[in-house]
Design a protein. Structure first.
Length: 134
């Protein structure tokens, strides 16, 4: 057990949950998958990443607006991805745009390591130079 391991695991669990919530949004269009599963309530309300008002700076404070532990980190990660999605001019109600955004994001994630380590590969070099972003 190394120093900081528990904090790191806490954060990673949150990122995992946030990714799952955003992935659910991509396929369902809902920014509150928990409410769709278990109904309305305070727990599901604080997981609606399109509406939450707490932020990273307020986590850990007595009155953050989120009592869900690492799920709060996940909600903020999903909110960040959602805000990027909207900032690129995408409509949350458009399933084709959601899926295309995910394809582009996945491609960016899967090629970023290759861009750093294999720039000499011509096809990869083109992808890296174009940046994969609009």
């Amino acid at each position: 057990l190394f120093k900081g391991r528990l904090e790191l695991e806490f954060a990673l669990r949150g990122l995992n949950e946030g990714f799952a919530d955003f992935f659910s949004f991509i396929w369902s269009g809902s920014s509150n998958v928990l409410e769709a599963s278990v109904g309305e309530g305070s727990e599901s309300a604080e997981r609606n990443f399109s509406l939450v008002t707490f932020n990273y700076e307020s986590l850990g404070a007595a009155q953050t607006g989120c009592r869900g532990g690492y799920y709060c980190i996940g909600t903020l990660w999903a909110k960040t991805l959602y805000e990027i999605y909207k900032a690129e001019g995408n409509d949350p109600a458009n399933p084709d745009q959601r899926r295309q955004f995910f394809r582009e994001w996945h491609l960016l994630l899967t090629t970023s390591f290759e861009c750093e380590t294999s720039l000499e590969i011509a096809a990869n070099k083109t992808v890296c130079q174009e940046g994969l972003l609009r």
